[in-house]
Write a protein that binds this ligand. Structure first.
Ligand code: ZN
Length: 191
């Protein structure tokens, strides 16, 4: 099934779509595109993001190309359930910043008939699976892996290279400290 098609209208069944990839691969852009399609079809859409992501805007999700959509910041994935009661389509950005309960929350939403679309990093800067996205991929019906372009060689890139020496797993709001790299050009700096 083409999940981008306008005829996608959840009725008696819900499902989970995951848009994953490295930084600069257009995950949020793709999330916004799908949610706007649903809005055009007059479906009831709600959008959530973790409070930790303060970059650009507290109440919008913003892609690197500056597209925006109004969103609700939440501390914990469980708040998404109560905030989605009337929604047909539930969008979640920066899924990697939620805890493991994000998986249960998405399954519960899908079981209640909602279309759930989650965007998130599938690897951290070391190239390791970034939970809970791998667990979410296992239970999702539809998976899209977005690729960036390697800044070193121009090949398709699926990894995030950190260009600073910080050992934080993610430095929020510091996109200039990262760049997209392919498998060959990605380097893990050990400390
Ligand atoms: Zn490369």
């Amino acid at each position: 099934m083409d999940t981008s098609a306008q005829h996608v209208i959840p009725r008696d069944v819900g499902w989970i779509e995951v848009i994953c990839g490295c930084m600069f691969s257009g995950k949020t852009e793709e999330l916004i595109r799908r949610l706007r399609r649903a809005q055009i079809a007059r479906q009831r859409v709600v959008v959530f993001k973790p409070v930790i992501d303060n970059r650009y805007s507290q109440e919008h999700i913003v892609s690197h190309n500056e597209q925006t959509l109004v969103s609700t910041p939440v501390q914990d994935a469980s708040e998404i359930i109560t905030g989605s009661t009337d929604a047909q389509v539930v969008g979640i950005d920066e899924g990697q910043f939620f805890g493991g309960n994000l998986v249960d929350v998405c399954e519960q939403l899908a079981r209640s008939g909602k279309r759930v679309i989650v965007a998130g990093l599938d690897q951290d800067y070391r190239g390791k699976p970034f939970e809970p996205i791998p667990q979410l991929l296992a239970v999702a019906e539809y998976i899209t892996k977005t690729l960036a372009i390697c800044v070193v060689c121009g090949n398709p890139a699926d990894r995030t290279q950190r260009t600073s020496s910080s050992q934080e797993r993610v430095i929020v709001g510091a996109k200039d400290l990262y760049e997209a790299r392919c498998r060959r050009c990605h380097r893990v700096i050990e400390h």
